[in-house]
Each structure stands twice: as structure tokens, then as C-alpha cells.
Design a binder for this molecule. Structure first.
Ligand SMILES: Cc1cc2nc3c(=O)[nH]c(=O)nc-3n(C[C@H](O)[C@H](O)[C@H](O)COP(=O)(O)O)c2cc1C
Length: 225
């Protein structure tokens, strides 16, 4: 770290260790949504794990993105491996009620362990893809792999197209608005931090005329002496 000016600290990413870049990024890009990803392997065995390098990047086509890294010894995580093999995944949204079950599915179990069962969760069969859905999750997106970007020797970004969304009854109104307080989604902060989506407020973006009308009148210039 050095100083770019008297009010800022500068971090030259080329000079930083990967771990320190990671800490700066995950502490600054917050809160991050969490994809609770369910997949199956070639034999149809289910797998679940959370990923907070995750977001919705497009709605037409409807694209969700996952950032999946390899294990330290370069082995693929089960999620990355399964999506390679089956080209399908389901993103379950994690709410506060599932904080601990989600965390159980992050444990580095062997590939043959079904994390959904280990966490005491209930599986619903997939309808558009073979991946099971987590019944306790308030929202589930069934996705087909769209494209995978290999962005480094140990990391890939997987884009998936949403084929269908399932939501707990009452979460979505007849204008397709999702109730953020009822959803109570978990967000990921830096380190081991989390936050909740229950403290929200609305702020519509004004049109330019609305914005101009809302400005304070410009004070008249002081007459010259
Ligand atoms: C909240 C949370 C977010 C996580 N985000 C990521 C992530 O974005 N990318 C990643 O590779 N691992 C992430 N992990 C770690 C994986 O969940 C963990 O490595 C898991 O064991 C992978 O399981 P799998 O081998 O069944 O795919 C995260 C863990 C937690 C608890």
C-alpha cells in the first residue's frame, strides 16, 4: 500500500499477493449475493455448495454468472466438475433461515457425499434440468450452461441461462416484484461476514425534467457594486 494523495491509499494490484487482492476485492464488493448451487455428477449423484462470486448479468437472455475456483491442489471442485460433465446447474437463493445449512454444504466433503442430505435439507426433483432443487430455499433458478470462461489456471467463470424460476408462494406479486423483506436473502461480506436483505428502501431514478424540477433555484448573482 502507498498513498495516491493525502486522502487515499493506493493498492497496485500487480504488486500484491493473490490472497491480498482477494481480501481487498471481497471486502469492497459487498454485499455479494450467494448462489447455493446444486448439480449432479455423471452418475446422477447430487451435490450442493455456496458461491458468492455470483451475480445476475443479463435478463435477455437471462444469465447468471458463477466464479468457481479449483482446490489448492488444482483439483476441480465438485460443482465445477459436474457442470463440465452435465452442462446444467440450479441456483438456490439462500435466506437467513438457511445460514447454517448453507454453511454445512460449504464443507469440503468427498465427492460421494450428498451435502443436501448432510445438511438435513430436502431435495425436490429438477423439472427443466436433472439437478435437484433445495426445497427450503425460497427461490430456485434452473440453468443450462451457456459459456465457460477460463480466466486463469485455477479459476473459471460459468455463465448459465435461466430456463425456469421457482419461488415460494407469496414471494412474487402479480407484477413480478419479489418482496425483499419476505425473501430475507443472505449477502456475503468480507472475511466470514454476512448481511441480510431485510433493511431496504425505495428510490426511483427521476427523469431529467423531474431531476431539474427538484433542484434548488439558482441564487441570483450579487449585483455589481
Ligand atoms: C458463503 C460462501 C461463499 C463461497 N463462495 C465461493 C466462490 O465464490 N467460489 C468458490 O470457488 N468457492 C466459494 N466458496 C467455497 C465453496 O463453497 C467450497 O469450496 C465448497 O466445498 C465447494 O464444494 P464442491 O466441491 O461440492 O463444489 C464459498 C463458501 C461460502 C461459505
Amino acid at each position: 500500500m502507498d498513498q495516491s494523495d493525502s486522502k487515499s491509499d493506493r493498492f497496485d494490484f500487480a504488486k500484491l499477493a493473490a490472497r491480498d487482492r482477494y481480501k481487498l476485492l471481497i471486502g469492497s464488493v459487498v454485499p455479494r449475493p450467494i448462489a447455493w448451487v446444486t448439480t449432479v455428477d455423471a452418475a446422477g449423484r447430487p451435490n450442493a455448495a455456496p458461491f458468492s462470486f455470483f451475480n445476475c448479468l443479463s435478463s435477455d437472455p437471462a444469465i447468471l454468472a458463477l466464479g468457481v475456483e479449483n482446490h489448492d491442489d488444482m483439483r476441480f471442485k465438485d460443482t465445477g466438475h459436474n457442470i463440465r460433465v452435465t452442462e446444467e446447474f440450479t441456483v438456490n437463493i439462500v435466506d437467513y433461515a438457511n445460514l447454517h445449512t448453507m454453511n454445512t454444504t460449504a464443507v469440503n466433503f468427498p465427492a460421494d457425499v450428498n451435502e443436501i442430505e448432510a445438511a438435513g435439507l430436502t431435495m425436490i426433483p429438477g423439472e427443466f434440468v436433472k439437478c435437484p432443487q433445495i426445497a427450503e430455499a425460497p427461490i430456485r433458478f434452473e440453468c443450462k450452461r451457456h459459456v465457460t470462461l477460463n480466466i486463469g489456471k485455477s479459476r473459471e467463470i460459468i455463465l448459465g441461462e435461466v430456463l425456469a424460476m421457482h419461488a415460494r408462494s407469496g414471494l412474487v406479486n402479480d407484477r413480478y416484484h419479489v418482496d425483499p423483506v419476505a425473501l430475507d436473502a443472505l449477502g456475503r461480506m468480507g472475511g466470514h461476514g454476512y448481511c441480510r436483505s431485510t433493511e431496504t428502501f425505495d428510490l426511483a431514478t427521476p427523469s431529467e425534467p423531474q431531476w431539474r424540477a427538484a433542484q434548488q433555484p439558482v441564487p441570483a448573482p450579487t449585483p455589481a457594486e
